[in-house]
Design a protein around this ligand. Structure first.
Ligand code: G4P
Length: 551
């Protein structure tokens, strides 16, 4: 696989001299990037591995078992990476099929769920919503969906674990349609579920794909028998009750389904739906093929000067994630950049919009398991890791040519709040320095109390790990042993109308008024119910939002 990667970069290098729009357009049209949104245990790691298998990046998928034990020590992918010896960056996994270069952006789940998980979606052009067929929609999927909706990302739904007891397929579609107000179009339809899961009806071709269970336990591509719907032998192969059910459901689907309009998919209004079992490789191939057909290629990005098209010849990009190495022996920081236009080239000089300074991107890299591979070139849709310590902040725009500024990455609705106290006044300076630097990196958000008079910063985060990392780094990098005092809030809302709206609203009950880093009012609530109550009782407060862009 790695030889394939370097072959292609050599090839790209040769062509790099001509940075014509046509050349860019060709590179862009090959690229598809996506992130998987799911709740822990829905099968994200399993599906990732199977996509690599069907994409041709690996030839045999290993049992995912041993990975679990080590999961708590390291991210899922790093473990996968070690086991399989394949090239996975800690943030984006790149693989090539015959016609496409696919970038899968990692959305950390489990205990490393945090703001980075959301920020990753700011770099994605498509989302795959992975749902456990036995459980339906789950909390983490809901949260991530919200962010996709905000960005109008196309959503491809994969309903996994059909080999286990599952909810009715129609019920699952109904849940997605009602709760997310998202239309669905089933591309394939399950025949049976649990022990009786036999295969899929593939609607675009009116074919039945019957799976043959083999002894490989999903490590090899599954064998499939394909028969046209209406083939008489189907009635002998498929048990009568399942056949009848399928017949009825096909009819129903034809009657109620939304047409498969590409534009609606790309607007995030219509989700193509797939059923399958990632573990057994059932439905993965059909999914990948359809995904490549319907997914959108790298999209234009709105900037202060208007839309930046991916084939705009100047290089532009933005930083969506900063990652500090926790190992004190390698104290480096990598800024992950989403390329939006033009061509990235190793060693190029760019402008950093925030400071107006020129930065030489001298050490671009992708991180691999054993060593680090230098990236020679990149195009819209790609993710590049830059090792320029302390140069970048989350949301930074870099560009060549005339000035461009992308709007930055929103502060995502935090759910955990904690005062951070410095018990040692002689460490005041280090405390402030650490806090400011770690904030710039987007390690946590910070809020300040308005009504209590207390001056300690309130840390706000999406996941508990963010607090732990911050505490660890304050100690190891700045020598301050901070104390955290958790607060009993779980919901934050920015007040769109600002301080005038707060004043107009008068006394607010069941919430705390705080301000963010830029001094804007934010309300903290114990639960979602208190938010609805405030909205119902105090209309003067106006609009409240769970996200806010940097001013
Ligand atoms: P995650 O990354 O989303 O957290 O999920 P992961 O792939 O680790 O899968 C979670 C569990 O679900 C694993 O089982 C995995 O084998 C199982 N799984 C994934 N896809 C399917 C599927 O299509 N059918 C069935 N029946 N199971 C599936 P585990 O018991 O937690 O671990 P393991 O011992 O099997 O590795």
């Amino acid at each position: 696989h790695s030889s394939r990667l370097s072959d292609s970069s050599l090839h790209e290098d040769k062509e790099a001299s001509s940075s014509s729009t046509e050349f860019l357009a060709k590179e862009i049209s090959k690229r598809r990037n996506f992130a998987i949104i799911s709740h822990p245990d829905a099968g994200k790691t399993t599906l990732t591995e199977k996509l690599l298998l069907y994409g041709g990046a690996i030839h045999e998928a290993g049992a995912v078992k041993a990975r679990r034990a080590a999961r708590h020590a390291t991210s899922d992918w790093m473990e996968l990476e070690k086991q399989r010896g394949i090239s996975i960056t800690s943030t984006a996994l790149v693989f090539e099929t015959d016609d496409h270069q696919i970038t899968l952006l990692d959305t950390p789940g489990h205990q490393d769920f945090g703001e980075d998980t959301y920020r990753t979606l700011a770099a994605a052009d498509n989302a795959v919503m992975l749902v456990d067929a036995g459980k339906g929609l789950e909390p983490q999927t809901r949260k991530l969906f919200e962010v996709c909706r905000m960005r109008k990302l196309p959503i491809f739904t994969f309903i996994n674990k059909m080999d286990r007891p599952a909810l009715e397929a129609l019920e699952l579609l109904d849940e997605i349609e009602k709760e997310f107000e998202l239309s669905t179009h089933a591309i394939n339809w399950p025949i049976g579920s649990g022990d009786r899961f036999m295969g899929l009806y593939y609607r675009p071709k009116n074919e039945v794909h019957l799976f043959e269970k083999d002894q490989s336990h999903g490590s090899k591509e599954a064998s499939v028998q394909v028969l046209p719907w209406g083939d008489p032998s189907l009635q002998t192969i498929i048990p009568e009750d399942l056949y009848q059910q399928l017949e009825e459901e096909i009819e129903l689907l034809e009657a109620v389904s939304q047409p498969l309009e590409l534009e609606k998919i790309h607007q995030g209004e219509l989700s193509p739906v797939f059923f399958g079992s990632a573990m057994n490789n059932f439905g993965v191939k059909l999914f990948l093929e359809s995904f490549l057909k319907y997914a959108q290629q790298p999209i234009p990005h709105a900037a202060d000067v208007g839309l930046i098209e991916p084939d705009y010849p100047e290089f532009t990009g933005f930083v969506f994630k900063l990652q500090a190495n926790m190992d004190p022996k390698h104290r480096d920081k990598v800024a992950f950049v989403r390329v939006c236009s033009g061509q990235f080239m190793k060693g190029m000089k760019v402008q950093l919009a925030r400071t107006g300074r020129q930065v030489s991107l001298t050490r671009p890299q992708k991180m691999f398991a054993q060593d680090r591979m230098t990236v020679e070139t990149g195009f819209a849709g790609d993710v590049i890791g830059l090792n320029n310590p302390n140069t970048f902040a989350i949301g930074d725009t870099i560009y060549t040519g005339s000035r461009v500024v992308f709007p930055g990455i929103p502060s995502f609705s935090p759910e955990l709040f904690s005062y951070m106290r410095n018990p040692n006044p002689s460490k005041y300076k280090q405390f402030q320095k650490g806090l400011t630097e770690l904030l710039g990196e987007g390690a946590v958000q910070v809020l300040y109390s308005v009504d209590s008079g207390r001056t300690d910063p309130i840390l706000a985060a999406v996941g508990q790990l963010q607090f732990e990392v911050l505490q660890y780094r304050m100690s190891s990098e700045y020598g301050v042993e901070v104390q955290l005092e958790p607060l009993g809030y779980s919901v934050a809302r920015w007040v769109t109308g600002g301080w005038p709206a707060i004043q107009k609203a008068g006394k607010l009950y069941n919430c705390a008024t705080v301000k963010d880093w830029w001094g804007r009012p934010v309300l903290l609530f114990r639960n979602g119910w208190s938010v609805s109550q405030l909205m119902a009782e105090n209309s003067e407060i106006g609009e409240l939002t769970p996200y806010a862009l940097p001013p």
